[in-house]
Design a protein around this ligand. Structure first.
Ligand code: C2E
Ligand code: CA
Ligand code: CA
Length: 700
């Protein structure tokens, strides 16, 4: 309701003001350019205020346009020019007044600053060049209100403008990105934008289509998936992020990154993590994972733990290249055994594991047998034949446990039992109540401790060697024993192979060697001048670079007569490197030390060696004497060795003589030396002295 106290003229003015403001407010919705909208607003204002000028004035700044950028006048004669003198009308506050004494053509004016983004971006300038108008508060209020509308409109336009400008920049950026980018409307699934990479190099349409289907599947939003393109062999990582697009829509920003190289590297790393590079078999890690899986899913099966016998000899004797070739051949061989084609693993070194799946479990003996057969044939390494056997432990699950590490440990214990029983065989794990079974890790740890504590836990036992004719004890063999604080009394079979494998044999061997030399020298000085001591020298020791120097050092330090020292060397594969062995043996012999070929007749014997190596003694392995009374072949072999030895000037010693009958037979064959339980077991030094040196002394 109009204020009834107003005059008619005043009411008319009020109505006009309402009309004007209403018209101007409507302009907010106008989508036209700012210049057009502002131009209309200025016109409405000018007509309402009845002035000669209404302008938008943009102050001097970075903007290319400044001065009166938009203006309205009832007549063009009033138009404002951009003269610097007008600058005094513009400040940070609303200004109004009459310019009676001014040197310009403005008679009255009102200036209202218009703020955009907190900065004064322009001024709304109302002026009259004809009349002196006293703008009242109400009128100034109206101009202020209108300036707010102008500000609102300008602010929106500016925002939109900068958006358009940044949209341009954005597409430039997106186009030059290394990855494909697509913008997808979340509701319609329409692609709104595709950058150059996505357009040119990727079959983005099909990829995104498929990925989007997957990602939006069931209303659940996955934000990252990997996609393999079977056609090109490329891998892509497709990522979705929700953003607000320039026009205010909620969209999915989809980035497509080519991760083919990363994938390849990943696969390589995974392959390396799970595979043994040498043999191509899977490795320990994969074995443990597969076993865990099998136990969890099927709950039944078996595990075979396989360790090569005397692999160290091949490695040290022939060189690592040979060892590697052998390992590869074994891996290939294992993979050809029916039922385990893809469940063979190399655990490291010369250890292999085979997982037997439940469907093959009933064939377990057959599989173990096939493996044994495979190892009983020679391996071909650079055109020569070599024998290398293995010992294997078998555990079954769930019978022997269901924990992966427990099973591996038990299989290892069983394998070690197979080694102790004479190698080249397999053994099932047996739950034992006593503590006689140890894993190799237990033995290894204890052995390292024993060596670190000056070998005090090791003790040298002596076994008599008897002259078969005179039945006198002319010497002895030094045999090591280990009184382990943690494991108890250990015979050499349980720890010597491991010591060789771990390279610890030199420490133990040197200790035994020195102790034996000291004892022998003592006995020599007691009156048994020719009494000899035999010391075992592992092939691993023999192939050590400083072996000759080491022996010389100990012999000198102890002061033993070298002629009273016999070194026993076991015939093994390593002797294939004949040149090297001959050189070392000749150097040892040059010191005056005698050489015995140990365990003759087992495995790889060839009588040729005896001639090639200038040996002093051949020790025939105890397996020959075992059934000599029945076995014609054994007897014929011994007779041959005995006859041959005479012609080449070598002394024969037969080991393992346990009864009188055997002793008599050997006498008939003219075997010079015998050794065995019949005369005496290996025993500690004091006992040996009492029993043999005392007797011999009386007989002297
Ligand atoms: P080896 O050199 O063949 O030693 C002879 C083995 O036969 C000894 O076993 C001995 O106790 C055993 N023996 C002797 N007479 C008889 C018999 O009448 N019947 C039976 N059944 N056995 C008999 P031991 O002491 O257990 O040694 C086993 C192997 O350990 C040795 O075989 C040798 O190869 C190795 N060894 C022992 N001491 C050392 C050492 O100090 N250094 C190195 N490198 N090896 C050693
Ligand atoms: Ca020996
Ligand atoms: Ca022997």
């Amino acid at each position: 309701m109009p204020d009834m106290s107003l005059t008619y003229e005043e009411m008319e003015k009020e109505v006009k003001r309402h009309e004007t403001v209403a018209k101007i407010v409507q302009m907010i919705e106008d989508d036209s350019d700012f210049e057009i909208v502002a131009g209309k607003i200025l016109k409405y204002m000018g007509e309402y205020l009845d002035v000669t000028n209404v302008c938008i004035y943009q102050p001097q700044g970075k903007c290319e346009m400044s001065g009166f950028t938009i203006q309205w006048s009832p007549d063009s004669k009033y138009e404002m020019n951009n003269d610097a003198k007008y600058s005094r009308y513009f400040g940070s506050h609303i200004l109004s007044g009459c310019a009676c004494d001014s040197d310009d053509d403005i008679k009255s004016y009102v200036t209202v600053p218009v703020m955009i983004n907190d900065k004064c971006a322009m001024y709304l300038f109302v002026a009259d060049k004809e009349k002196y108008i006293q703008f009242d508060d109400k009128t100034i209020g109206v101009i202020k209100d209108i300036s707010k509308i102008v500000q609102n409109i300008a602010q929106r336009k500016v925002t939109r403008n900068s958006l358009f400008r940044s949209y341009g920049a954005l597409t430039d950026i997106l186009d030059n990105m290394g990855c494909g980018v697509m913008v997808i409307d979340k509701d319609t699934k329409k692609v709104l934008f595709t950058n150059r990479v996505a357009e040119e190099s990727i079959d983005s349409q099909s990829i995104t289509r498929e990925c989007l289907d997957r990602m939006y599947y069931d209303g659940q939003m996955e934000t990252k998936i990997e996609k393999f393109d079977a056609v090109t062999g490329a891998w892509y990582e497709v990522k979705l992020v929700d953003i607000t697009w320039v026009d205010g829509r909620r969209v999915s920003l989809c980035t497509i990154i080519d991760i083919t190289q990363i994938k390849k590297n990943q696969q390589k790393i995974e392959f390396q993590a799970n595979n043994d590079f040498l043999t191509g078999l899977c490795n320990r890690r994969k074995c443990e994972n597969d076993l865990t899986e099998l136990i969890r899913k099927k709950g039944s099966g078996a595990l075979m733990f396989l360790d090569l016998d005397d692999f160290k000899h091949i490695n040290d004797g022939l060189g690592h290249q040979y060892g590697d070739i052998l390992l590869k051949q074994i891996a290939t061989g294992l993979r050809h055994i029916s039922g385990i084609e893809d469940t063979c693993y190399r655990m490291g070194g010369d250890e292999f594991v085979i997982i037997v799946r439940p469907e093959e479990k009933s064939r377990i003996n057959q599989i173990a047998g096939d493996i044994l057969v495979m190892f009983n044939k020679p391996w071909y390494l650079y055109e020569a034949e070599y024998y290398c056997t293995m010992s294997m432990g078998i555990v079954e699950f769930p019978e022997n446990g269901t924990d992966v590490h427990e099973l591996i440990k038990k299989a290892d214990i069983a394998m070690y039992d197979a080694k102790k029983a004479g190698k080249n065989r397999y053994a099932y794990y047996l739950e034992k109540k006593d503590k006689s079974s140890y894993s190799r890790l237990d033995i290894e740890n204890s052995m390292r401790t024993a060596i670190a504590t000056n070998c005090r836990e090791f003790e040298v036992y002596y076994q008599p060697i008897i002259d078969n004719k005179t039945e006198k004890c002319i010497g002895c063999e030094a045999l090591v024993r280990w009184n382990s604080r943690t494991l108890g009394f250990m015979t050499p079979d349980t720890f010597i192979p491991l010591a060789e494998y771990l390279g610890l044999i030199t420490n133990i061997g040197d200790y035994v060697f020195e102790k034996a030399c000291i004892k022998c020298k003592e006995w020599n000085e007691m009156g048994y001048e020719d009494f000899k001591v035999n010391v075992n020298l592992s092939v691993v020791q023999l192939l050590q670079n400083n072996v000759v120097e080491n022996i010389r050092k100990i012999v000198r330090r102890v002061g033993i007569k070298p002629e009273n020292l016999v070194l026993e060397i076991t015939e093994t594969l390593a002797i294939n490197d004949m040149q090297k062995i001959m050189k070392i043996i000749n150097q040892i012999k040059a010191m005056g030390i005698k050489i015995a070929l140990d365990d003759f007749g087992t495995g790889y014997s060839s009588l040729n060696y005896i001639k090639q190596l200038s040996l002093d003694i051949i020790k025939v392995d105890q397996t020959f004497i075992k059934d000599i009374t029945q076995d014609d072949y054994a007897r014929a072999f011994l007779k041959l060795v005995s006859d041959l030895s005479k012609t080449i000037g070598v002394v024969v010693c037969v080991e393992g003589v346990e009864n009188k009958e055997q002793k008599e037979l050997l006498k008939q064959m003219d075997i010079e030396l015998i050794q065995g339980y019949y005369y005496g077991m290996p025993m500690p030094a004091e006992k040996f002295e009492k029993k043999f040196l005392h007797i011999s002394k009386l007989q002297k």
